[in-house]
Design a protein around this ligand. Structure first.
Ligand code: MG
Length: 377
C-alpha cells in the first residue's frame, strides 16, 4: 500500500485539571499541560500526545517539547513518507531524535510525533494501530496506580474502591517512611490482591533492611527502587530479594534494556512509549525482552485518551503479560479528550478495533481546552 506523505502538522497545548491531585515521591501534580501533535497526509490524520511534564525528574518540559517540535522535528517530518515498512514507520522520523542518550532532551517530543505518524500510517492502511504494531490481544489486563495518601486508612479505602471497580492489580507509590507500614496494612486487608509498589528511585542500597521488609509482603513486583542510572545497584539488590525488580525510569532505550538483561538487574520491565521516543523503539524492546522471557507491561504518564489509546495498542502485543497502568478515563479526568471514553470491565480494557488509535478526538472539548496552537506546513 502506498504510504502517504506528511503534508501538514498541528501543534496544540491543552490544559486539563486532574480529578484529584496525584502524589509520588517526586511531588504532586494537579494540572496537566499537554502538547498534542496532529499530522495530516493523504486525506488521513494521525494523533500523538507528548508526555513531557508528567515526570518532573525528566529533562523535557511542555515548553522544551513545544519548541523542539515547532522549530525542528515537525518541519523536518513534512514531506516525508510516513511508512517505510511494517514496523518501520518511525524510521522515517529516526533523524527526529529517537534512540541514543544524546537525544534525551527531545525524546518525548519525538515520541509524540512518531506516534502520530503510526496512527496516520495505520489509518492509511485501513487497519487499527494494534494490528499495525503486531498486536495479538483484543482485551488487555489493566491495573490502577494509587498515589501517596495522607493516611493508611485513606489508602486502604481508595484501594477498596478500585478493587470493587474490578481492577486486577493495584500499584501503590511508596517513599522512605511511607513504605513498609502502609503496604503491610494493605496486605493484611487484601491478602490475595496482586499488589505492586513503585518507589520512583527514592531509595539507595543502604535502605536494604527496609527493602527486605517489603520483600516479605508478597509484592508481585517492586518498581524502580534505586536511581535510574544504577543498573549495577539494581543487579545487586535483585540478588537479595525474592520480589522481582521492575525497571521503569532506567529504561530509556533498547540499549538500556540490553544492559539490564546482561546484568540481570530486573525481572520485569515497564515500557512507556511516550518516553521511549514512540512505538518503534518500544516494539524493539518488547521483542528483545520477549525473547529473553522477561515480562513487560505498559506504564502510564497521566495521559488523555489519545496517549491512552496509543498505550493500549502497544499493550496488545503478546509480551505484555502483566496488567498495564492503563486506567479508565474517569480515573484521571472528569471528561476525556476522546470518545468513546475508556472503560475498565472485569479488570480488562477492550483494544479499539477502529482505524488507527480507534477513538475520535472530541473537537469541541479540544478547542475549549487549548491554550495555544500552531499549524506547520
Ligand atoms: Mg514507575
Amino acid at each position: 500500500m502506498k504510504s502517504p506523505t506528511i503534508e501538514r502538522g498541528w501543534l496544540r497545548e491543552i490544559r486539563l485539571r486532574l480529578r484529584e491531585p496525584f502524589r509520588t515521591s517526586r511531588g504532586t501534580i494537579e494540572d496537566r499541560r499537554i502538547v498534542l501533535v496532529m499530522l495530516e497526509g493523504g486525506g488521513h490524520e494521525g494523533w500523538g500526545e507528548c508526555v513531557a511534564g508528567a515526570d518532573s525528574s525528566w529533562p523535557e518540559t511542555p515548553d522544551t517539547a513545544w519548541k523542539a517540535l515547532e522549530t525542528e522535528l515537525l518541519p523536518r517530518a513534512l514531506g516525508r513518507a510516513v511508512a517505510l515498512g511494517e514496523r518501520a514507520v518511525g524510521a522515517a522520523l529516526a533523524t527526529a531524535g529517537t534512540g541514543g542518550d544524546d537525544t534525551l532532551e527531545t525524546r518525548m517530543a519525538a515520541g509524540a510525533l512518531e506516534m502520530a505518524a503510526w496512527d496516520l500510517a495505520a489509518r492509511a492502511d485501513g487497519v487499527s494501530l494494534s494490528q499495525k504494531l503486531g498486536g495479538t490481544q483484543t482485551l488487555v489486563l489493566v491495573g490502577v496506580t494509587v498515589g501517596l495518601q495522607p493516611s493508611n486508612e485513606a489508602l486502604c479505602d481508595l484501594v477498596d474502591r478500585y478493587v470493587s471497580e474490578g481492577y486486577q492489580r493495584v500499584k501503590v507509590k511508596i517513599e522512605p517512611r511511607r513504605d513498609v507500614e502502609p503496604v503491610a496494612e494493605l496486605r493484611a486487608r487484601f491478602p490475595a490482591l496482586r499488589l505492586w509498589a513503585d518507589a520512583n528511585a527514592a531509595y539507595t542500597l543502604s535502605d536494604l533492611p527496609i527493602l527486605r521488609d517489603l520483600d516479605s509482603l508478597g509484592l508481585e513486583l517492586l518498581e524502580q527502587p534505586l536511581k535510574a542510572h544504577d543498573f549495577e545497584g539494581h543487579a545487586r539488590l535483585q540478588q537479595e530479594l525474592v520480589t522481582p525488580i521492575c525497571l521503569d525510569e532506567s529504561i530509556t532505550s533498547e540499549r538500556d534494556a540490553r544492559r539490564a538483561l546482561e546484568l540481570r538487574a530486573c525481572g520485569i520491565v515497564n515500557l512507556k512509549p511516550g518516553r521511549l521516543g514512540g512505538h518503534a523503539e518500544s516494539v524493539r524492546i518488547h521483542d528483545l525482552l520477549q525473547a529473553a522471557r522477561v515480562p513487560v507491561w505498559c506504564g502510564g504518564m497521566l495521559e488523555t485518551g489519545i496517549g491512552r489509546a496509543h498505550n493500549l495498542a502497544l499493550a496488545s502485543l503478546p509480551g505484555f503479560t502483566l496488567p498495564g497502568d492503563i486506567s479508565a478515563s474517569r480515573r484521571y479526568w472528569e471528561r476525556d479528550l476522546v470518545t468513546p471514553e475508556f472503560e475498565v470491565i472485569g479488570g480488562r480494557m477492550q483494544v479499539p478495533s477502529g482505524l488507527g488509535i480507534g477513538v475520535a478526538v472530541d473537537e469541541e472539548y479540544l478547542r475549549a481546552s487549548t491554550v495555544r496552537a500552531v499549524v506547520i506546513e
